[in-house]
Design a binder for this molecule. Sequence first.
Ligand code: KIV
Length: 263
Amino acid sequence: MQSIHHFQEAKAQSRKITVVTCYDYTSAQIIADSTLDVALVGDSAATVMHGYPDTTHATLDMMVMHTRAVAKGLKQKKFLIADMPFLSYRKSLDHSLNAVEALIQAGAQAVKLEGVRGNEQLIHHLVESGIPVMGHLGLTPQHIHGLGGLKVQGRVEGLQKQLLADAKSLESLGAFSLVLECIPAALAQTITQALLIPTIGIGAGHHTDGQVLVLQDLYGLSDCKAKFIKEFMPGKALCLDALERYAVEVIEQKYPSKEFAYE
Ligand code: KIV
């Protein structure tokens, strides 16, 4: 998948869209060789790659650096979306456009930003400027303090109506797709059915048009054990095993053996 047209086509053909986060060149090379559709340089880079407690610590420099590395590894084989970091789209239109410019020039083909209220003018302006915009509703981690923590959203009726209205608003502003994070599956289904643009879920059940997972979570490398995370391999155990075997072979002088040495 290399262009935004595939998002619409996939929804029309009821074909699920597969997305993973990616922050580095090596992982991007693996994704490039896979059948996945999309790589997202999420602002979760702040937590996953830099060890910060939440995504409010992501900076534009950080996002640009990761986007550039991922773009090189993908070699244009996959569609690449980059997150706009905390407050980078809330200061002024000029400031936001500079941030978008930096991300697109680093290799992103689209940008994602959280929420819609107060972002209408920017989203419209970006779409009119030919920049594909992905929305992000439900649990919006950059609002961690305003939300009082990272919790499931949209459990009460009033909030459900608000989320549906926000999703429709994003669609009418020209967003090509939107992420629905940590909301009840039935609400995600309602929103998905009400929209022409595809929804990409994370912790939002299986009715969305696609799914996104943090790469380190699906590899089993992270300590995050949220209910929606499925580890598709025991990554941490495999890494520990490799490290232990390496250490033992070095200590026992089995590595490097002749085959790994220059004559
Ligand atoms: O930053 C991120 O990882 C994300 C996904 C959870 C969608 O925005």
